[in-house]
Design a protein around this ligand. Structure first.
Ligand code: DAH
Length: 342
C-alpha cells in the first residue's frame, strides 16, 4: 500500500516539478513576459515550488509513519533453515558408539579396492556369483599381478584382510620389542568398519550405493560364544533390552562355520506373528574367520582364531525405527522435504 502511495506522490512531483513539469514549463516561458511581471511571477513560481516540495516531503513521511504503524509483531519471522545430519549418518554414529563401548575401534579402508581384498583373499571361488559383472562395479584400471582388478567395494568385508595385514605389520614390530623385553602380549583385533558399499542394483529396496558395518575380532582362543555374546550385546544395546539373537547355519566363503544371524521380532518378542511368521527377523551374516583368510591376512591360524559379522546400516535402521521408507532411493535423493523429517 505504502509503495503505491509513494509512486503516486512521485508521479505528482514529476508532473509539476519534473524537467518538463508544469511549473518548469512556466519558468521556461518567463522570458516572454513583460519586464514588470517577470519578477513577481518568478517569485510566485519559486514559492509554489517550495510549497509543493514541502508538501510532498511531509506526505512521504506520513506514509512512512503509517507503514511503521502497520507493523504486525505477531506475524512469524522468516526463520533461517537449519541443517541436520543425514539419517544414515545418525545411524552410523549410533552403531559406532554401541561398539565403542566394548572396545571396537572404528576403522576406515579403501572404497576403491582390489579384487584380492574384496574376493580372492576372502576365499571366494573364481566363479562366485558376487563377482559377476551384474553385482560388482569393476573399474577400467590397469590390473595388478598380485591383487587383480580394481573395483568399488561391494561389501565391508574387504576391511578384514586390510585390518589383518595392517595389524600384522604392527605385530611384527611388537614382536621385536617383546623379544627385547621378554614379555608376552597377544595380537588382538577388535575392529568395526562402517562404510559405503556399491552394487549394480537400483529399485525400491536397493540403491547402487548403500552402507554396511562389519566387525572383526582376532585373538588367541576366540570362539563362537564370543561371537554370540557380541551379537546379543549389539541386539540389546541398539534395539532394546528384550532382544536376543540366534545363529542359523549358512555359507560364506570367508567364514567357517558360517551363520545367518536372526534377532527376535520386536512385535511378538519371538513368539511369532504376522510380520515375522516364526518370531525371528534376519539381522546379519557372521561366522568364524576361515583359516585361509587368516593366512591371507598374514596371521597364523594355528595360533589365532577370530570371528566376523556384517550387515546393512539401512537395514538395521529400518528394523529399529519401524520406518517404512516407500522407496529406499529417497534416502540418497537430496530431497529436503523427505530428509528434513529426521
Ligand atoms: N559380506 C557379507 C555380505 O555382504 C556379509 C557378511 C557375512 C559379513 C558373514 C561377515 C560375515 O563378516 O562373517 O553379504
Amino acid at each position: 500500500m505504502a509503495a503505491g502511495n509513494d509512486r503516486e506522490l512521485e508521479e505528482i512531483r514529476i508532473e509539476y516539478l519534473g524537467r518538463s513539469g508544469r511549473l518548469t514549463q512556466i519558468f521556461k516561458n518567463i522570458g516572454n513576459l513583460e519586464e514588470g511581471e517577470k519578477k513577481s511571477i518568478g517569485l510566485l513560481i519559486n514559492e509554489s515550488k517550495n510549497t509543493l516540495q514541502k508538501l510532498i516531503a511531509t506526505q512521504k513521511n506520513k506514509f512512512k509513519e503509517t507503514a511503521r504503524e502497520w507493523f504486525d509483531p505477531t506475524i512469524p519471522g522468516e526463520a533461517p533453515r537449519t541443517g541436520s545430519l543425514h539419517i544414515i549418518t545418525q545411524a552410523i554414529e549410533e552403531i559406532a558408539e554401541v561398539f565403542k563401548q566394548i572396545g571396537f575401534i572404528r576403522m576406515r579402508y579403501p572404497e576403491v579396492d582390489w579384487d584380492w581384498f574384496a574376493f580372492e583373499g576372502l576365499n571366494f571361488d573364481k566363479n562366485h556369483p558376487a563377482r559377476d559383472d551384474w553385482e560388482t562395479f569393476w573399474l577400467n584400471a590397469p590390473e595388478s599381478k598380485k591383487y587383480g582388478t580394481m573395483l568399488l567395494t561391494p561389501h565391508t568385508s574387504n576391511g578384514q584382510i586390510r585390518e589383518m595385514q595392517r595389524e600384522m605389520q604392527r605385530e611384527m614390530q611388537r614382536e621385536m620389542q617383546r623379544e627385547m623385553q621378554r614379555s608376552k602380549k597377544n595380537l588382538p583385533i577388535r575392529m568395526i568398519n562402517i562404510a559405503k558399499c556399491y552394487r549394480r542394483q537400483s529399485d525400491i529396496s536397493h540403491t547402487p550405493m548403500f552402507h554396511q558395518f562389519e566387525g572383526l575380532v582376532v585373538d588367541k582362543d576366540i570362539n563362537i560364544t564370543h561371537l554370540k555374546g557380541v551379537l546379543d550385546y549389539f541386539a540389546k544395546a541398539y534395539f532394546g533390552k528384550g532382544r536376543v539373537t540366534r545363529l542359523r547355519p549358512h555359507n560364506f566363503p570367508f567364514t567357517e562355520p558360517s551363520f545367518e544371524v536372526d534377532i527376535t521380532c520386536d512385535i511378538c518378542a519371538g513368539r511369532g506373528c504376522r510380520l515375522c511368521k516364526e518370531g525371528w527377523l534376519e539381522l546379519a551374516g557372521a561366522g568364524m574367520v576361515h583359516p585361509n583368510v587368516l593366512k591371507n591376512g598374514g596371521i597364523d591360524p594355528k595360533k589365532y582364531t577370530g570371528f566376523a559379522f556384517g550387515t546393512g546400516v539401512e537395514r538395521v535402521l529400518m528394523m529399529k525405527s519401524g520406518l517404512k521408507i516407500p522407496d529406499l532411493r529417497l534416502l540418497y535423493s537430496s530431497d529436503l522435504h523427505f530428509l528434513g523429517q529426521f
